[in-house]
Design a protein around this ligand. Structure first.
Ligand SMILES: [Cu+2]
Length: 226
């Protein structure tokens, strides 16, 4: 084989390697957990039902905390991507099974962007200025914060000594949990990034960030307003 032919062969192999690397990176970057549409409640209202767990208990990252979304057939999907209808009031119900980690920034201890400034925790409703003084940032397990929708909601966690804690998702309501309910409003269609602001990653991640805190499907995701 002449020097030119050999040169072309090397270039061809090099181009193939670069090309396949590009395909791999593009596929990796586009990877996203499935998007779950909100359920419709008995009264016809769109209802988003979430659960937060301290340890997922299955898959390649069983010790990571995670969100799960309930499908309309009652089953749970481990995802943080969901579709909400545009220009609507959406009821949100969160079953919070994790213990209290605490916020690093107290600002996120205050619920924001809720319809009527109202939030219900374990059947007790807090409204208006009550909210500001009610949620001790040290007791928060996770937040649902959507900057693009001006929504941020802290979830008070279960106590460390609570009996019958859940370790494998999906958790059951017989496990220790808090029930948090509130309504939010959506506007024009769009994709809105959201995340939890409690540094809730387990040991091994600097200051509780990293890992699940920066992985779609665990502690951050997308709200698709459609
Ligand atoms: Cu979290």
């Amino acid at each position: 084989m002449g020097i030119k032919a050999r040169g072309s062969l090397v270039l061809l192999i090099f181009a193939l390697l670069i090309g396949s690397f590009g395909v791999y990176v593009a596929a990796f970057a586009r990877q996203r957990p499935p998007s779950v549409a909100v359920m419709v409640g008995a009264d016809g209202a769109p209802t988003l039902v979430l659960q937060t767990v301290g340890t997922l208990g299955f898959g390649p990252k069983p010790d990571w905390p995670s969100f799960l979304v309930q499908r309309s057939d009652g089953s749970w999907e481990q995802t943080t991507v969901f579709n909400l209808p545009a220009y609507s009031t959406v009821r949100v119900k969160v079953l919070e099974y994790d213990t209290q980690t605490g916020l690093r920034n107290n600002f996120f201890g205050q619920p924001q962007g809720l319809v009527d400034d109202a939030i219900t925790v374990d059947s007790k409703t807090f409204t208006g200025s009550d909210i500001v003084t009610t949620f001790n940032p040290d007791l928060v397990a996770h937040t649902f914060t959507v900057p693009g929708l001006d929504v941020s909601v802290p979830f008070v966690g279960v106590t460390n000594d609570a009996p019958n804690q859940c370790s494998v998702a999906p958790c059951d309501e017989s496990n220790a949990h808090r029930t948090i309910e509130f309504d939010i409003k959506t506007g024009a269609p769009g994709t809105f990034r959201w995340q939890c602001f409690v540094p809730c990653a387990p040991g091994g991640f600097l200051y509780g960030n990293g890992g699940p805190m920066q992985t779609v499907g665990f502690m951050d995701g997308f709200v698709n307003v459609v």
